[in-house]
Ligand binder design. Structure first.
Ligand code: B1M
Length: 631
């Protein structure tokens, strides 16, 4: 076989995610005495680049990338031992991981794969990595680079801590620090002193390769480490005196102190229930309803820890009551975390005191999953009881309660691990679908408990895998989609309740919302992802608005800025959003079917006054704007 043909066959095997073919042609490359390194770079890695580019253009989805990665690694296992090692050059070790508190690892795994393909020796610490593990491993492996990923605003700060720890160890200048993940911008990377960032996996490799080429030679020498340590001590001396405050607690006290003087000033002629109910039916309202997903943040008024909010029914209900009252929300959407089902199925959950719980220990065997019974001691039982109490408290304040549960696929990925489920969906669909049937059964049981016992006004289901960047619509419909359509949506109907969906993904398959007869859809708008299918209220109201009420739009990240300028910006943006929504409603012959909200959760450590900057502005300016535009 000609060299070119072998290289192309290796690339094709990766693109097709065929690990057996990748192994076969890797062996063929050796048999034909091709250079092993060339076979990796010009064959396997080339295939990885092709599929990755297809993904960026929306022509391939995450399962294809994961299978391609498996094929690439299978071929590399055969070829790597035969790479001719130049005895003088050390391997370029790159430490990679998702920082502590964050279990998102799909993007990190893709970055790792592309960096492997580029010839870096990747040392993967996994996800939810204790921060000191980065510096510890970097030192031990004399790393060329540390690359950290995070998808959450709440955990971004951990990256700065790692950089400080590298400085403390005197090795910051010995290596490159790359940071990345959806919330990470160049400005953020610069502000924490990272060397670089990138928007996607391919660019991450280009950036790292270029940064590494600029590293000076003697970087791991003892003198350079000692000099770096000294530099750090000096900067530390300048920083001393800065103390950490619990901004949530401080601002909660501020909001409470102002509460009695501000709230009576609102000129409102409807109760929250009347307003929300009327908007739901597109009837006239006094102003648009508002309900940011400031779920965990509300605990600062109680105050209680996040773990108590998540796992104790009374505490949860107290937080709901406080959120409705002090944030003046028109409904409370009860998102605690997405680990309720996983905990009951037996996965290991980490419960930090002050942050969202995470599923950290997945189960091994799909076939051994057993549908739990909802009884005292299970998280589902606690959630149902919490929502029962919360509904009473919300009603006493004249507000409707919106409980929230995980959809079947979120439950399964939390139990078994997302990366694994997404690739097994392609390679072993029957087993995955059987397991999905079990999580769907549990979801149905929780729904029944909610409808029969807790009786919230709405029950919101999280379906984040209907995401155009993760699964194609077709693939989604063959898995969770058909369950949503044939089992979940009919159950909503049976109990005479509207189907309510929360989807925080960047590019959902919008057309599916009609298949489930969705009455309320909570979404996030990502302005940078419009090319991938992220949509704002203008599109959504005009295309789907008659059938479905939408809510969301405001990025939760903006709530983190409670500087005077940040607060003023929040107020101005809230007015602008209301104006635009009202005008769009009017243009489409509608009058109120929209809720001002955040499309995803405001980080649990966020300040409270930036949230009231939104909710109080809607209450104060909303009636006037409504009159002016709708009449
Ligand atoms: Co969650 N989640 N999630 N989630 N989730 C996000 C990130 C969120 C933006 C959704 C939203 O609400 N709009 C939001 C964070 C909001 C915020 O920052 N405040 C969020 C939240 C809130 C949460 C929970 C807290 C929800 C809850 O329980 N209340 C919880 C977190 C628990 C925890 O970690 N402690 C949670 C849980 C989960 C699941 C476990 C269910 C699941 C993750 C499964 C897994 O990864 N194993 C999940 C998912 C899937 C998402 C969304 C929908 C998709 C993420 C994804 O995989 N994208 C996400 C919404 C969104 O981003 N659209 C969301 C596809 C992936 C290929 O892209 O990871 O961006 P990405 O990686 C890209 C680039 O970013 C870049 O290259 C990659 C490939 O091109 N890149 C780098 C990544 N790392 C890089 C490093 C680099 C350079 C580039 O250099 C080192």
């Amino acid at each position: 076989m000609a060299k070119e043909d072998i290289l192309n066959a290796l690339a094709d095997a990766v693109v097709d995610g065929d690990d057996e073919l990748a192994e076969e042609f890797a062996q063929k490359a050796l048999d034909e005495e091709l250079d092993a390194y060339e076979a990796i770079v010009e064959g396997l890695a080339k295939g990885m680049k092709i599929i990755s580019d297809m993904y960026e253009k929306g022509e391939a989805f995450v399962p294809s990338l994961l299978l391609a990665a498996d094929a690439m690694y299978a071929g590399m296992d055969i070829l790597t031992p035969y790479i001719k090692v130049d005895g003088t050059s050390a391997p370029r070790n790159v430490i990679i991981g998702t920082v502590e508190g964050d279990v998102h690892d799909i993007g990190k795994n893709l970055v790792k794969t592309m960096m492997t393909a580029a010839g870096f020796n990747m040392i993967d610490l996994g996800c939810d990595v204790p921060l000191d593990k980065f510096a510890e491993t970097a030192k031990e492996k004399k790393a060329t680079a540390v690359s950290m990923s995070t998808l959450m605003t709440t955990t971004m700060g951990g990256m700065e801590t790692v950089i400080e720890q590298l400085q403390e160890e005197g090795i910051r200048d010995s290596l490159i620090v790359m940071v990345g993940g959806a919330p990470v911008s160049q400005t953020f990377a610069d502000s924490i002193g990272a060397d670089g960032t990138a928007l996607d996996a391919s660019t991450a490799v280009e950036t790292l390769t270029s940064l590494v080429s600029e590293l000076p030679a003697d970087i791991w020498s003892e003198s350079s480490i000692a000099a770096s340590k000294m530099k750090y001590k000096e900067s530390l001396a300048q920083k001393s005196g800065r103390e950490k405050v619990d901004i949530g607690l401080v601002t909660a006290e501020k909001v409470l102190a102002e509460f009695d003087s501000v709230v009576p000033k609102f000129n409102e002629s409807m109760t929250k229930a009347e307003r929300f109910g009327s908007a739901f039916q597109d009837k006239k309202v006094d102003r648009l309803p508002v309900a940011p997903l400031a779920c965990g943040v509300s605990r600062k008024f109680v105050p209680c820890s996040y773990v108590d909010y998540s796992t104790k029914a009374e505490k949860y209900a107290a937080c709901v009551e406080a959120g409705i009252k002090y944030f003046n929300m028109d409904t409370f959407v009860g998102l605690t975390d997405l680990c309720v089902d996983a905990a009951d199925f037996g996965a290991t959950i980490r419960y930090p005191e002050e942050d969202t719980p995470a599923a950290v220990g997945h189960l091994e065997d799909y076939e051994k999953l057993e549908v739990p019974e909802i009884k005292e001691g299970t998280r589902a039982h606690n959630l149902i009881q919490g929502n029962k109490l919360a509904t009473e408290k919300a009603h006493a304040l004249g507000a409707p309660m919106t409980a929230l549960i995980e959809g079947p696929m979120v439950a399964l990925t939390q139990i078994m691990g997302a990366t694994r489920v997404l690739s097994d969906l392609r390679t072993n669909p029957d087993v995955v679908l059987k397991a999905l049937d079990k999580t769907a059964t549990y979801v149905e049981e929780i729904m029944k408990g909610m409808f029969e016992e807790a009786q919230p006004d709405n029950l919101c289901m999280v379906t984040l895998w209907t995401n155009n960047v993760i699964l194609s619509a077709d693939e989604y419909m063959k898995s969770e989609g058909q369950i949503m359509q044939n089992r979940i949506a009919p159950l909503y109907k049976k109990y005479n309740k509207p189907t309510v969906i929360h989807n925080c993904s960047d590019a959902p398959h919008w057309d599916l919302i009609h298949k489930w007869d969705t009455k309320y859809y909570s979404y996030t708008f990502y302005p940078d992802e419009v090319n991938k299918g992220s949509r704002d209220h203008k599109y959504l109201i005009s295309t789907h608005g008659k059938e479905t009420m939408f809510g969301g739009e405001v990025s939760p990240i903006v709530f983190l800025d409670n500087s005077p300028e940040g607060i003023e910006k929040m107020k101005a943006d809230t007015i602008a959003l209301q104006e635009s929504v009202l005008n769009t409603l009017k243009e489409n012959g509608m009058q109120s079917k929209y809720m001002i909200a955040t499309g995803c959760e405001v980080p649990p450590g966020a300040p409270c006054d930036s949230i009231t900057a939104q909710t109080y502005t809607v209450a104060q300016k909303g009636p006037e704007l409504y009159k002016k535009i709708i009449g």
